[in-house]
Ligand binder design. Sequence first.
Ligand SMILES: Cc1cc2nc3c(=O)[nH]c(=O)nc-3n(C[C@H](O)[C@H](O)[C@H](O)COP(=O)(O)OP(=O)(O)OC[C@H]3O[C@@H](n4cnc5c(N)ncnc54)[C@H](O)[C@@H]3O)c2cc1C
Length: 436
Amino acid sequence: MNNATTADRRIAVVGAGIAGMAAALELHEAGYRVDLVEQLPVLGGRFGLDRLGGRPVMTGGKNLGRKYSALRGFLDRLGTPRYEPFGINTSRVVDGKLLTLDSTQTAWDKVSRLRRLGSVRDLLKLARLGLLVRRAEANRFLGAPAFAQVAAASDDRPLSEHFGSDIVRKMFRPMTVRMNGAEPDEVYLGTFGTNLSMIMDTYDQLTDGITPAVTALAERVSVRTSSRVERLITDGGRVTGLAISTDGGPVADCHYDAVVLATPAYATAELVKADLPELSETLQEVRYFPAAVVLVHYERPVFGTRVRAIVLDDGPCSNAGVYGINDLDIVRYTFSGRQARPVPTADVLAEWVDDAERRLFGLLGHERIGRKDTVTRIWDAAYCAYVPHHGAFLDRVRGQVTGVEGLELAGDYLRGAPLEACCRSGIEAAQRIRTA
Ligand SMILES: Cc1cc2nc3c(=O)[nH]c(=O)nc-3n(C[C@H](O)[C@H](O)[C@H](O)COP(=O)(O)OP(=O)(O)OC[C@H]3O[C@@H](n4cnc5c(N)ncnc54)[C@H](O)[C@@H]3O)c2cc1C
C-alpha cells in the first residue's frame, strides 16, 4: 500500500472538523503525505472544543450514536475511546405535564407515547418512512435513491405540509431544529431520513471528550493551524495547490497533488469561486442556520436521572439538558430555530439564558441554584439544512467536480449533518483519491 508513488504525493485536506480529520487519517494510513489545513488555532471544527472552569468540554456535536460505525472506527484507530451512555432522553410539556421519551423505554412505551403526539394517519405515514430507514443503512444518509424517490414525489412542499400540525409541532420540530437548526417548514421529506435515523439510534458520549483523538491525529499527520485557505490553484483543469495565508500573514502558494475541501458548502463555494464558478453557485444553494450554545456549571445538580433534557419550544431556547449522564450539575442550553435568529449579541444571549433558566427551574421545581462557571459559543452557521431535492443537487455537484482532477469534497452537505455522516464523507473523499 505504502509505495513510492503514493508516499511522494502531497495531499492537502482543508478543514479540521470530523470530515477533514477522517479524510486526513485515511490518506495518512494509505501512505500519502498529508497536510491538514485549518483556519482556526484549534482542530475539531464543530465538535467545539472549549473549557468550562478547568475542564475540557465540547460546545458542538458530542452525542455519538451506537450506529456511528465509521466514526467509532476512526476513534478506535486513534486510541482507546471510553464511552458513557447518553441515550435519547427528552421531555416536553404536554397538557401541563412533562412527557418523557427515553431510548431505554420499551417499544410499547414509545408507541403509546407517540400516539399522544399525532394522528394515526400521520403515525402510519411516519412508520412507512421509518421502515425505509430501518431496511437499508444507505437510507440514513443523504443521496440514498429511496429518498430521492420520496423527494421526487414530495419536495415541492416542505415537511410541515405533509403532516398534521400536532405531530409537526410536537415531534418533528424538535428533530429538525436539533439536527438542522431549521423549522419543519424549512426542510423537506427527501432529507428526512437523516432526521429519522437520529431518533432510531441510542447515544453515548466520550467520557474524555474528543480531545485525546484530536491530539493523537495531530501526532500522525502534519497539521497547519491558523492557516486560512483563500482559493484553489488550478492549471489546465487540474488542481495543483492552494493559496494559504498563515497567522493573518501574506498569501503564499503551496503545491499539492490533490486537495480535499472538507469545509461547509458556503466556505467551499468561496474557495472554488474563481476557478469553478458553476460549482460555487450550486454550493451556495445549501442553507445553514445559526445556534448559540451556553454551558452553565451550577453549584448542585439541576436535573435528575429520569428527566435529563427538556424541549422548550416557545422561545429562543430550543433545548436545555444535562451535559452528560454524570454531569447533572452542568446544563447545556441550545438556542436555535426561528426564534433564535438572527444570532444574538452577548447581552441578548445573557437575557435568553436567564429566561430559559427561570423556566427550566420552574418546570423542575427548583428555587435558585447558583452558577459556578459559564462558557458560550455562537455558531453563525451551526447546522446544515440541505436543499429540496437534495439527491438531484448531489448529482449536479458530482457532475461539476468530476473532470476536475485533484479535487475532492467532503462535509455535512454531502451525506448529512450528523457526525457519522460527515465522517463518512471524509473517508469516501479519501478513498476516491486512492482509487483515482
Ligand atoms: C451545537 C451543535 C451540536 C451538535 N450536536 C451533534 C451531536 O450531538 N451529534 C451529531 O452527530 N452531530 C451533532 N452536530 C452536527 C455536527 O457536529 C456537525 O455537522 C459536524 O461536526 C460538521 O463537521 P464537518 O467536518 O463537516 O464541518 P466542521 O466541523 O465545521 O469543519 C470544517 C472546518 O473547516 C474550517 N475551515 C472553513 N473554511 C476554511 C478555510 N478557508 N481555510 C481553512 N479552514 C477552513 C473550519 O474552521 C472548520 O474547522 C452538532 C452541531 C452543532 C453546531
